[in-house]
Design a protein around this ligand. Structure first.
Ligand SMILES: O=C(O)CCCC[C@@H]1SC[C@@H]2NC(=O)N[C@@H]21
Length: 250
């Protein structure tokens, strides 16, 4: 189960921080290359769409801060790169691949429950990016209670409860960073196509009827694919619809 830390990536480990995403924004101007930040405790962790992220000590809370050269829309496709890396890290530490799946846009599922989430933040202007921060939370040993999530959302699960695997955050991060570095090289060398294909091969509910909700819209249809821009494509009663950002409900 041992693996090496990838060349070219820095690492800092903090006992406590408000949020590793905040720390990424603070240190980005001082960095000359990509850096992983791991915190054993976050006091103000956040999830997607302004939600709180429950952060038990022993779970993984980490952010990769990096400096993409590509346009902002392309750089943001790294949420898929990260999801693949998370999937591989989960397989490596648990010794099994059954039960893991990727949920559009940014979650890793295990046995149908939410195991991990990804939150991208960036600083930049006019379609370019100064830095990209990829925040990753993984319920390694503990998951919030089911009633802590909104109605209809998938139940949270932990790696420990579902597989019996007990992995500390630093070990998990080493696997994640190594897998991320491999997929990042694939992404910068060959573009989104192989990342998209690999993501689709691990996708939850592909070909099934799902619902995508935003604050103002609700779209139900058959999950056909993810397009070359990372949008969810649903086949609905009114035809094919591409959705750039939403929450998905099964
Ligand atoms: O809503 C989601 O699914 C995304 C959750 C992202 C949580 C991680 S934990 C490390 C990083 N720091 C934060 O404050 N949030 C992200």
């Amino acid at each position: 189960m041992s693996t090496d830390w990838p060349d070219g990536y820095g690492k800092r480990v903090l006992a406590e921080v408000d949020s590793t995403l905040n720390e990424a924004a603070r240190i980005a101007p001082t960095l000359s290359g990509p850096e992983w930040i791991l915190a054993h405790r976050q006091t103000a962790a956040r999830g997607r769409r302004g939600r709180r992220w429950t952060n038990t000590s022993g779970n993984l809370a980490a952010t990769l801060v990096m400096f993409p050269k590509d346009p902002a829309a392309t750089a943001a496709l790294r949420s898929f790169v990260t999801a693949l890396a998370l999937f591989d890290a989960c397989v490596a530490v648990s010794g099994r691949s059954d039960g893991f799946a990727l949920k559009w846009p940014n979650d890793v599922l295990l046995n149908g429950g939410k195991l991990a989430g990804i939150l991208l933040e960036s600083a930049g202007q006019a379609g370019s990016m100064i830095h990209l921060s990829i925040g990753v939370g993984v319920n390694l040993i503990d998951a919030p209670a089911g009633d802590a999530v909104e109605a209809g959302a998938v139940r949270p699960v932990s790696l420990l409860s579902e597989t019996g695997a007990q992995v500390d955050p630093e070990t998990f991060l080493t696997h994640l960073a190594a897998a991320y570095a491999r997929y990042e090289t694939q992404f910068t060398t060959y573009g989104f196509a192989p990342i998209r294909a690999a993501w689709l091969a691990r996708a939850a509910r592909l070909g099934e009827v799902i619902t995508a909700r935003t604050v103002t819209t609700e779209t139900t249809g058959t999950f056909e694919t993810v397009d070359g821009q990372g949008s969810l494509v649903l086949n609905t009663a009114r035809g094919r619809v591409g959705i750039a950002a939403a929450d998905v409900f099964f």
